[in-house]
Design a protein around this ligand. Structure first.
Ligand SMILES: Cc1cc2nc3c(=O)[nH]c(=O)nc-3n(C[C@H](O)[C@H](O)[C@H](O)COP(=O)(O)O)c2cc1C
Length: 321
């Protein structure tokens, strides 16, 4: 808000707390956010008073707020909520984290078994009356056109931009990945187990990254960043934090379920490494991309090996002129 952003997008958790949070910030009231805490049924109210952080001369502007959802059911729930200005509807083919499959099934490779039920009903989305954008395999002019024909305002695209020149992707790995995409030698799978968040995560299968068992086994399990930790109630009544990807003994000592530690990797460190910001150059990366990389291939080939963010937008808009 201090950077005067026009939009705030939130892709995780339940979005109902955000509109009030923005209002409290603007009105300089103490803002509260309810944190989910294991063993504490009513959660814990985190408090933040902006006067401790933002000088009063700075006027804050309220951003429009767009939650990222997977199912029309959530849109129905929030269709009349004040302060929710639209929805990004993201399907299971998108890069990054995905929702669990509705049938909760996984196949023998531990990929969630997604079916038609895992794609939002766009007719219902239209009935709810709020603007929406579609995401997950929508990064082509044809899919943008199709999205608009189905009532969407536009699309949200991640994978095409992740590999453009302006992206923060670690340069050597980005080149490597672009070469694989042109040669069609890259496979992206949805891993049901790897993320400490408990949600499926898209990983590109690339040698030397944490998509490989031997690299996972060689990597020390430590939690130094803590972006995906779980809050829990400690015996002395205070709140503690634990991560299923930290050393299993430590996680279990903090009351965590041993089952939760299986197949987990430290996504925080691996993704920071993929952005080229690892503190240790040996830190293994994880590469996340969506299922459709055809636009990336096309843009690389058309623009001699690399392409800009502007070229992505020009390409996507090409059938909408
Ligand atoms: C490298 C990468 C990182 C992403 N990180 C996030 C994230 O932190 N939060 C989020 O809500 N979505 C994230 N996404 C999903 C995108 O916001 C977007 O919805 C998705 O990539 C669209 O589908 P596509 O991959 O087919 O373009 C990420 C996607 C990629 C490719």
């Amino acid at each position: 808000m201090m950077a005067e952003v026009d939009y705030a997008l939130v892709g995780a958790g339940m979005p109902e707390q955000f509109p009030k949070l923005f209002n409290d910030f603007i009105n300089r009231q103490t803002a509260t956010y309810k944190l989910d805490v294991y063993d504490l049924p009513n959660g814990y109210d985190l408090e933040l008073n902006l006067k401790d952080y933002v000088p009063k001369e700075i006027t804050l502007k309220k951003p429009r707020f767009i939650p990222i959802i997977s199912y029309d059911v959530l849109a129905k729930r929030f269709k009349d909520s004040e302060g929710i200005d639209g929805f990004i509807v993201e399907g299971p083919d998108a890069g990054g984290h995905n929702s669990k499959s509705r049938n909760k099934k996984v196949d023998e490779k531990r990929e969630p078994v997604y079916t038609d039920k895992d794609y939002a009903d766009l007719k219902k989305m239209l009935e709810y009356g709020k603007p929406f954008w579609l995401a997950g395999k929508y990064g082509t002019p044809e899919k943008l056109k199709e999205a608009k024909e189905n009532g969407a305002i536009g699309v949200q695209v991640g994978s095409d931009f992740a590999l453009c020149n302006e992206s923060g992707f670690e340069k050597a790995m980005a080149k490597h990945v672009r070469d694989f995409i042109v040669a069609e030698e890259i496979e992206v799978m949805t891993d049901a187990d790897l993320s400490p968040s408990g949600f499926p995560f898209k990983k590109a299968l690339i040698e030397g990254t944490l998509s490989q068992k031997d690299i996972i086994e060689k990597t020390k399990r430590i939690c130094t960043l803590g972006y995906l930790v779980h809050a829990y109630l400690k015996e002395n009544g205070s709140i503690g934090f634990r991560c299923p990807a930290e050393k299993p003994e430590t996680f279990i000592k903090k009351g965590g379920d041993p089952e939760d530690t299986k197949s987990k990797i430290c996504l925080c460190r691996a993704l920071i490494a993929a952005c080229g910001n690892a503190t240790d150059s040996e830190e293994p990366m994880v590469v996340t991309l969506g299922k459709d990389l055809q636009t990336v291939k096309k843009l690389i080939q058309e623009h001699d090996g690399n392409y800009s963010a502007e070229e992505v937008i020009v390409f996507l808009s090409s059938s909408n002129k």
